[in-house]
Design a protein around this ligand. Sequence first.
Ligand code: NZQ
Ligand code: ZN
Length: 385
Amino acid sequence: MYSFDYYNPTHISFGEGKIAELDNLVAKDAKVLVLFGGRSAEKTGTLAEVKAALGQREIVEFGGIEANPTYETLMQAVEIVKQQKIDFLLAVGGGSVIDGTKFVAAAALFEGEPWDILLSWGAKVTQAMPFGTVLTLPATGSEMNSASVVTRKEYQAKLSFMSDHVYPKFSVLDPSKTFTLPERQVANGVVDAFIHITEQYLTYPVNAAVQDRFAEGLLQTLIELGPKALSEPKNVDVRANLMWVATMALSGVIGRGVPHDWATHMIGHELTALYDIDHARTIAIVLPGMLDCRREGKQEKLLQYAERVWGLTQGTNDEIIDAAIAKTRGFFEAMGIKTRLSDYGLDASSIDKVIEQLEAHGMTALGEKQDVDLAMSRKILERNL
Ligand code: NZQ
Ligand code: ZN
């Protein structure tokens, strides 16, 4: 196992009714900007519940943060923070609202052009405003990590940043708040969490037994409970477990001391920026071809994954790996998520655009061994046409 530091300061308040805890989690004299997305937070009543819990505190609202939050919208929130002298941010929503809030938290105190936060991958962030979150969509893990992904529409660029300054102070996770999710978002969440785990697990072995077993347990939990979340949509135990899996998948705990991949995500981000396909769907398109094309470098972990997660042991190594990839694709499809570019109306010409954008964004040496160059990215996408 590699040496590592593990730091995660986010306070988690988990369970039904926990939104009431906001009264204890937010300072009594805070002036709070409550940030949310389109209509869901209002429609489901979660926004009203949050406001009730905040009681007498002074509140300003900022709605309209899009799925795949944009720099253009978020900069309007930054203006409000400055004008209204806001001192605490509260995100109410899924990964997009939380990521957007992280950007606002950093941009409000940033000297210079805030797009540099993204261009520097967060390295230029030296401070950020404090913020908390109320999670309504389990998927990204943003509620307990230091990452954020922001799109700049005018450049068709979707870039991410990380900084220890943007860990949420707290996150409220009430599984019953996910009952209102449409099936499509439930499925997206399961598949996104699944691929967060594979990005940190399906690389090469470094004798990290704890991280491996934990990752395998999380994957098996998703395989077991993902379909149940669709067939038993009011089962709160299923929702609670999925919510916690998604948080654990990207809170750092399985990712410390091991190599990381993330090539699937980087290619997926380009597909979202260009073709507006949901984040989880883009990575479900990319992953099967990614594993297929990189089976040599990933052989040992792919065989471990096949055996421990899917119980596959019969046949040659290549046959076992083929079967594990087929199972993975089959799981995504069973969740209702199509896994080929053609399923989204894209043909070979779309691949040229993706490759151009990867090059423009410097994504030319991806993966745990930095061996995913543009030619390899093209091959991977062609495998998933
Ligand atoms: O906009 P509203 O009306 O609120 O509707 C949202 C949105 O349309 C809806 N929704 C959320 N909670 C709901 C609900 N509808 C009904 N009931 C509820 N309880 O769901 C839609 C999708 O929401 P969004 O926040 O976009 O989804 P998700 O949580 O999947 O976040 C995706 C974003 O996170 C980024 C992605 O790139 C993408 O931009 N990621 C962030 C990561 C991180 N910070 O670590 C890692 C991920 O890999 C990912 O890249
Ligand atoms: Zn993701």
